[in-house]
Design a protein around this ligand. Structure first.
Ligand code: BES
Ligand code: ZN
Ligand code: ZN
Length: 493
């Protein structure tokens, strides 16, 4: 993909589809960006006759001066945000699938609350992410193939080039990272198994200069990773515990990101129903987001140490699998009565969170497709956030608003913890009542976070989309990467 910033207008570009944005102003008027390029009477009449209202993601093709203009709506002018540009750019890039042109240009604009740098970043993210496809096993049909070969960002004044270029570069790095995350999630479990994830980490050790350590199944047994061993012992694919360390020379803070990496969740002996079980390849979306975030953070050379801690395993039923009623001893020393082998994510995260204590981090954040209850409670619009630290929680909520990877905080009141007490072990892995499943899962995790500044993100409802969205085609969303990169970029101790 050829990405560049140019000063000037689309008229000078060859074989290009020029995007012009339109927003809804006062009294049904339309506001065009850039304002100067699009005001001949003929075009304006055409827009009016087509009934184009500039609603967000509305598209109209207009022939102007022998070229095609793509008019894309941003919605109400007063509500235009970074995400409107991300969506509109995604919609525009997809519109290029039909038609002969392979290059597209966007105006970089500055509107209330959105700088030229932010606009440029959002445009590149939107255009690149919208045309993503998982292409490992099948090349897309000709009519679905993206025609996009080049993106030109147009700035009006030469002195805005630096800002736009910075945004473009950031957008490119972040889109690449999200695409890696999506590929890992969309990859079927017969390809993406724990060993595959370990190899991915080792590859990133070279290309991204991360320090990587992988613990084998034997080492996990020896060192007492009882949560991860218990879950993985039924599988023919050995578990891997993966640590990736990005450590800049003068790190201002340390953040640890823990990811649930269940490459396939059958439920184990507490077997899941067959219907839609194939979706459980996405049960490693937390781990995949950690991979993407480390890739982006290291390429952007952010000034904080970021450590990724991933427990990678399958959850399978077999003659060697753990059984309901088994009691395991986790890395922390705490014992757990495993009453349902399908509540496996919390068992492996217990070991990750305990392991994270050694980094004396300023924050530890775990990401996991942890509970079906999260889908019931919040649906595909929101991540569930739970945290024992208000400052960290608020920083996450703010990053969620900025990136539109939004979240809603649920309480961790003491009373919810009662449901996770066992008569014969320190904890049980499912609640006694079946109520508030997302919260009780987090209460279980909390038991392994003494001394940590900790937040838990349940991404079960947001990591996978059943429908195409402006910049997320059906399948893996890659949720968490843009969120965490933005959090770390603006991180304050
Ligand atoms: N991976 C699932 C949670 C999940 C379900 C994620 C659907 C995405 C979509 C998790 O391991 C699980 O099975 N949780 C159980 C917990 C229950 C046994 C307490 C659940 O949510 O049903
Ligand atoms: Zn499960
Ligand atoms: Zn699971």
């Amino acid at each position: 993909m050829d990405l560049q910033v140019k000063t000037g207008t689309w008229q000078n570009l060859k074989n290009n589809v020029a995007v012009i944005f339109a927003a809804q102003g006062n009294n049904d008027s339309l506001v065009y960006f850039p304002a100067t390029d699009f005001k001949d009477a003929e075009s304006l009449a055409l827009v009016k006759n087509a009934g184009f209202s500039a609603a967000l993601n509305e598209v109209l093709r207009v022939p102007v001066e022998g070229q095609w203009i793509l008019l894309v709506g941003l919605g109400k002018r007063a509500d235009v945000s970074e995400d409107c540009f991300r969506q509109a750019a995604g919609t525009a890039a997809k519109a290029l699938r039909t038609g002969p042109s392979k290059s597209i240009s966007f105006p970089v604009v500055e509107v209330r609350g959105v700088s030229q740098e932010q606009c440029a970043q959002a445009l590149v993210e939107g255009a690149l992410l919208s045309t993503y496809r998982y292409e490992v096993y099948k090349k897309p049909a000709e009519n679905l193939k993206t025609q996009l070969k080049a993106i030109t960002l147009l700035v009006e004044q030469a002195n805005k080039q630096t800002q736009a270029k910075r945004g473009l570069e950031k957008g490119r790095v972040i889109a690449d990272a999200v695409q890696l995350t999506r590929d890992l999630i969309n990859g079927p479990s017969n390809l993406v198994n724990p060993t595959y994830l370990a190899k991915q980490a080792e590859a990133m050790a070279k290309t991204n200069k991360l320090k990587v350590q992988v613990l084998s199944f034997d080492e996990l047994k020896k060192k007492g990773f009882g949560g991860l061993v218990g879950v993985s012992q039924g599988s023919a694919h050995p578990a891997k515990f993966i640590v990736m360390d990005y450590k800049p020379v003068k790190a201002k803070s340390t953040l640890v990101l823990c990811g649930k990496g269940v490459t396939f969740d059958t439920g184990g002996i507490s077997l899941k129903p067959a219907l839609k079980m194939e979706l459980m390849k996405y049960d490693m979306s937390g781990a995949a987001a950690v991979f993407g975030t480390l890739k982006a953070v290291s390429e952007l050379k952010l000034p904080h140490r970021v450590v990724g801690v991933i427990a990678a395993t399958e959850n399978m039923p077999s003659g060697t699998a753990q059984k309901p009623g088994d009691i395991i001893k986790t890395l922390s020393g705490k014992t757990v009565e495993v009453l349902n082998t399908d509540a496996e994510g919390r068992l492996i995260l217990a070991d990750c969170l305990h392991y994270a204590k050694r980094f004396e981090a300023d924050a530890v954040i775990d990401l996991a497709t942890l509970t079906g209850a999260c889908i019931v409670a919040l649906g595909s619009q929101s991540i569930a956030l739970m945290s024992t630290n208000d400052k960290l929680a608020n920083q996450l909520v703010a990053a969620g608003e900025r990136t539109q990877e939004r979240m809603w905080r649920l309480p961790l009141w003491e009373a919810y913890g009662k449901q996770m007490e066992s008569d014969i072990a320190d904890l049980r892995n499912i609640s006694g009542t079946g109520e508030a499943g997302t919260i009780t899962a987090a209460k279980f995790l909390e038991a392994f976070t003494e001394g940590l500044t900790w937040a838990h993100l349940d991404i079960a409802s947001t990591a996978w989309t059943q429908q195409d969205k402006p910049y997320s085609p059906k399948g893996a969303v890659g949720i968490g990467v843009r969120l965490l990169v933005s959090l770390i970029e603006q991180w304050k101790k």
